[in-house]
Ligand binder design. Structure first.
Ligand SMILES: Cc1cc2nc3c(=O)[nH]c(=O)nc-3n(C[C@H](O)[C@H](O)[C@H](O)COP(=O)(O)OP(=O)(O)OC[C@H]3O[C@@H](n4cnc5c(N)ncnc54)[C@H](O)[C@@H]3O)c2cc1C
Length: 473
């Protein structure tokens, strides 16, 4: 079996004897691995089910029309494809045979000498998968597009709705999960609605715009220090976000979220519902656990050894969101964020190169670069090694950190200019309603397709029906 370049373009003679490293996943960790292994004496195959690297921390900016999809994603071939020793293959790895040292994707078995799994994580609804279509998560670009589409469609329908109750329903958003992603999304959506309604919609009132942020925990940003949580909560409330904290989501139905808290039950009616509450490791974690016996934690993450290998399988490593790594100085598990993913990816790549020459490198030590969350225009909270920053100072640190972290220079320039444009004009650059080609057919009859029987029903009902047709992903 040819183990590199699939025989279409056989490797140069010199490469044939080089060890073959297969990297699955071109996210934060996978990309870093490729950058370090580029032009080194190893043959690398990077397999990803998408052809791009996605900068997930800015997904909320796509969802709220601040920037476009291409501003936060870059084609993998452009990023690392020009290195002569790196082969990029598009496909989803569906199985692993550790004994034969093969991965399975696109119906093929593909051999490796070293395997690095960096397939990240997805969203979980804690066993209530039926909520997914009703309350899309925010994990991939299509989710962000879908959230933006639902909100903008709801505002368009509200503009043509005479019933005030129905209008209020269409202008309401519920965001479940008050971690960084939920806070960032809620803060950005209320700003979008207020601005859009004030400037561009003639029939809507700003006071009818509602964004409700819900969480079981009794404070926002629960992993950050209490004063930063309090500052973020104060800013969100000042911007108009309603906080419903200490509430468990009991059920989600089309246009309705039922909550239960110590103060009793309550029901929220909203045309747009988003879910940022649960994260679960990629399904390759469970699969590899079945194949190797490696333990997984409650979040489905593989409990790896100090060198990120799977116990008993030194040639398989798992990094980033897929692994649970607790060999830290304080024995605390690494957080599922971009920093540890990049650092772990870099360390594993360097370790592989060192071992080629019989050398060893210093054990992995995680450098905590701090945590931060942006809550609104010019306002972020940041915890930098115990130094707390809020407001503009936090925002500047947040913006610089994100610009430094984004791996593509073109995107860095585009993001910087769009942020400056937005600050100067308060205008968003990406408010297109896309993702429903069938809408095009209805252009000459207005917003709704004339042939659809539900035309006789209320606009809010129609919107929900349409949402139902879509799978949240
Ligand atoms: C909305 C949101 C906001 C966030 N904000 C922040 C933040 O502000 N700061 C921060 O530090 N972190 C943030 N994070 C977390 C951060 O994005 C993750 O920790 C990081 O992406 C993990 O990196 P990774 O390399 O493990 O996986 P990822 O970056 O998720 O990459 C995984 C890759 O694997 C591919 N893949 C998955 N399964 C397969 C398969 N079976 N076969 C082939 N390819 C596969 C995927 O297509 C993807 O390209 C945020 C996450 C989200 C969702």
């Amino acid at each position: 079996m040819e183990r590199f370049f699939l025989e279409l373009d056989p490797p140069e003679q010199v490469m044939r004897s080089w060890p073959h490293v297969v990297v699955v996943g071109g996210g934060f960790a996978g990309l870093k691995i490729c950058h370090i292994l580029a032009r080194q004496p190893v043959r690398v195959t990077l397999i990803d089910k998408r052809n791009f690297n996605l900068f997930q921390p800015l997904l909320y900016q796509v969802a709220s029309g601040l920037v476009s999809e291409a501003d936060i994603a870059s084609p993998l071939r452009q990023m690392v494809g020009d290195a002569p020793n790196i082969q990029i293959l598009l496909g989803e790895v569906v199985d692993i045979d550790p004994e034969a040292r093969q991965v399975v994707f696109n119906g093929q078995h593909y051999g490796y000498d070293q395997l690095i799994l960096a397939t990240g994580s997805g969203s979980t609804y804690f066993g209530r998968e039926e909520w997914r279509a009703l309350a899309p998560p925010m994990k991939i670009l299509e989710h962000a597009d879908e959230i933006r589409r639902r909100l903008l469609m709801a505002l368009e329908e509200a503009e043509q709705t005479t019933d005030p109750k129905q209008r209020a329903f269409l202008q309401t958003v519920v965001v479940v999960g008050a971690g960084p992603a939920g806070c960032e999304l809620a803060g950005s959506l209320i700003e979008l609605m207020h601005r859009a309604v004030q400037r561009n919609f003639k029939q809507l009132r700003q006071s009818d715009c509602r964004v409700v942020l819900v969480d079981l925990v009794d404070r926002v940003l629960p992993t950050m220090a209490a004063p930063l949580s309090a500052a973020a909560a104060g800013h969100l409330e000042g911007a108009g976000v309603e906080l419903q904290l200490g509430f468990k989501v009991e059920s989600i139905a089309p246009g309705r979220v039922c909550l239960l808290g110590s103060a009793g039950a309550q029901q929220l009616e909203a045309a747009t519902i988003c879910w940022t509450a649960g994260v679960r490791a990629s399904r390759l974690g469970k699969l590899l656990s079945e194949r190797t016996g490696c333990a997984v934690d409650r979040g489905g993450r593989l409990e790896v050894s100090p060198d990120f290998s799977i116990p008993g399988y030194p040639d398989i490593r798992a990094v980033g969101d897929l692994c649970s790594y607790s060999h830290t100085i304080d024995a605390k598990t690494l957080p599922g964020t971009a920093g540890p993913a990049v650092q772990a990816g870099g360390w594993v790549a360097r370790d592989i190169l060192a071992r080629l020459t019989g050398q060893t490198i210093a054990p992995f030590r995680w450098q905590d670069l701090g945590t931060m969350a942006v809550i609104g225009p010019w306002y972020a909270v940041a915890d930098l090694w115990g130094v707390h920053l809020t407001g503009l100072a936090g925002w500047v640190v947040w913006a610089l950190a994100h610009l430094a972290f984004i791996p593509d220079t073109e995107n860095r320039i585009a993001l910087f200019s769009k942020w400056m444009w937005q600050i100067a004009t308060r205008q968003r650059t990406a408010l297109l309603i896309t993702g429903r080609p069938d809408q095009h057919l209805g252009v000459d009859v207005g917003l709704f397709r004339a042939e659809r029987p539900e035309l006789s029903r209320s606009p809010g009902r129609r919107l929900l029906d349409e949402q139902h047709l879509l799978v949240g992903g």
